[in-house]
Design a protein around this ligand. Structure first.
Ligand code: HEM
Length: 457
């Protein structure tokens, strides 16, 4: 059963306590498998014309209420600070947003550790500060549904003046949902309390909705700070958009250079991710890949690290374990449940192949649009980038960085615990280079209409 149909089958509208009909579908609805889609980045050159486009677009953006699984495509819309400003949103309201949002992603490069080859100086033009005002994302089950949704969204744009399309990007993956490195992704997602979908085995308890939806109670028992007025903030969320150019050839080379034979190479790659290519977690399939397990949403997340405290099965330094240490003990104590994120990432470019080498990287564009949703705004991404991705001291590994997404200004190390001595594999480089990104706000449907109508006037 595909991921979406599985979620749709577990959705019980009568159990939902959230205002599903006001929340953008993209926040609560999983990516289809297979999927195709489009990201479009727009700039408003005229406030009134921009608002007119937002008003017309609002009618095409579905809510999370009709989660029956039968919808073939959905569009999400999120604004940057400069976008809200360009639409004429009043200063008092703009000032009520968190500081990092007001500054924009490029200005937060130091906090995000976006330096060296990942620095904003190397970003694509669409992400130059002030260029991306509105990001539209379309997810569709197939090309026909995508064409229909694209026609709706870009058709409205074509009927507008005073709005410029600054960039667009097609993406997609087959039913096996493999990313540019040939690994299934988007597997582990938090269950959101009140969304009408109960947690799956291994998903632990549902996380308080306020971690993802503004105005709802968060893990602390109270709502998080919300942009003002409430008509703008309530039922919205914050989005982090980051475009990565992937280097699967360099990753392949690294694995080939450090392990002998196909089995050992697959094992090293799995140790770096925490899962095998199919998505099967090392903790449930320690010896070899198990594609049935990888494809089964009822089982592929049903594990914790209680039997693997020393990381002999899944290294502490693997991408998956770093980004969700679950019940594992950390040297620097943190409440893992306030660092959970909804990921809606998308893969673009031709499929991964085992014969790719570093010389192939860059010949064809392969990569990931990383999309991250959290009502904690940018504290979460900046914490993850600083502590769990680009450092290792929270797991007693000093300055060691994430082997998959860390920035490696000089070749780095990946540590694999084993008895009697741990193995340290040198020569990790930056396998995903940042090409741009922006901090965005995804308003509720009522707020979209409010913005479109200039509701503050
Ligand atoms: C850009 C390249 C990236 C690639 C290729 C990648 C790949 C993966 C893969 C294969 C998984 C395991 C399967 C899954 O649960 O989805 C995963 C999990 C995850 N990734 Fe990434 N990722 C990338 C970037 C990031 C970034 C930048 C972050 C955070 C800032 C992140 C956060 C996570 C989280 C939270 C999980 C789930 C961990 C869990 O709950 O088990 N990823 N990623």
């Amino acid at each position: 059963m595909g991921l979406l149909s599985d979620l749709a089958a577990r959705f019980r509208h009568e159990r939902a306590t959230l205002a599903l009909d006001d929340i953008q579908a993209l926040i609560l609805r999983s990516r289809p498998e297979p999927y195709v889609g489009l990201h479009a980045m727009l700039r408003f050159d005229d406030a009134a014309r921009g608002r007119d486009l937002v008003r017309r677009l609002a009618g095409h953006i579905p809510s999370a209420a009709g989660w029956t699984g039968d919808r073939a495509a959905w569009i999400g819309a999120a604004f940057s600070h400069q976008g809200l400003q360009a639409l004429g949103v009043p200063q008092a309201s703009l000032d009520s947003f968190p500081l990092p949002f007001r500054q924009g992603m490029a200005a937060r490069a130091a906090q995000l550790r976006d330096v060296d080859g990942n620095a904003p100086a190397h970003w694509e033009a669409a992400f130059e500060p002030g260029n991306c005002h509105l990001a539209l994302t379309i997810y569709a089950r197939d090309e026909a549904a995508l064409a229909e949704a694209r026609e709706k969204a870009l058709g409205e744009l074509a009927r507008s003046r005073g709005v410029t399309l600054v960039g667009s990007h097609a993406f997609g993956a087959d039913a096996d949902a493999k990313n540019p490195f040939g690994f299934r992704d988007s597997i582990s997602q938090p269950a959101v309390a009140g969304s009408g979908v109960d947690p799956l085995p291994g998903q632990e308890r549902a996380i308080a909705a306020g971690e993802f939806i503004l105005g709802e109670n968060s893990e602390t028992g109270a709502p998080l700070a919300m942009p003002q007025p409430p008509e703008l903030g309530r039922n919205g969320s914050f989005v982090v958009l980051r475009k990565y150019a992937s280097r699967p050839g360099a990753f392949n080379d690294f694995v080939r250079d450090h392990a002998d034979g196909a089995d050992a190479q697959e094992r090293l790659a799995a140790k770096m991710v925490g899962r095998w290519r199919s998505g099967a977690p090392l903790n449930l399939a320690p010896e070899r890949d198990d594609p049935d397990l990888g494809a089964d949403p009822a089982r592929n997340n049903a594990f914790d690290f209680s039997g693997d405290a020393r990381g002999f099965i899944c290294p502490h330094a693997s991408h998956m374990r770093r980004l969700n240490p679950r019940d594992g003990k950390l040297t620097i104590l943190t409440d893992v449940n306030i660092h959970r994120i909804i990921r809606r990432s998308s893969t673009f470019g031709p499929k991964w192949r085992p014969d790719l080498t570093a010389a192939d990287d860059g010949k064809e564009e392969r990569g990931i649009f990383f999309i991250f949703i959290s009502a904690r705004a940018y504290d979460t991404i900046e914490f993850l980038q600083q502590e769990w991705i680009n450092r290792g001291n929270f797991i007693d590994l000093g300055e060691e960085r994430d082997p998959l997404v860390g920035l490696h200004e000089a070749p780095g190390t990946f540590t694999i615990p084993q008895d009697p001595v741990r193995r340290r594999v040198d020569g990790i480089t930056t396998f995903n280079r940042l090409r741009g990104g922006e901090y965005l706000f995804m308003p509720s449907l009522a707020a979209l209409r409010w913005i479109g109508a200039g509701g503050w006037a």
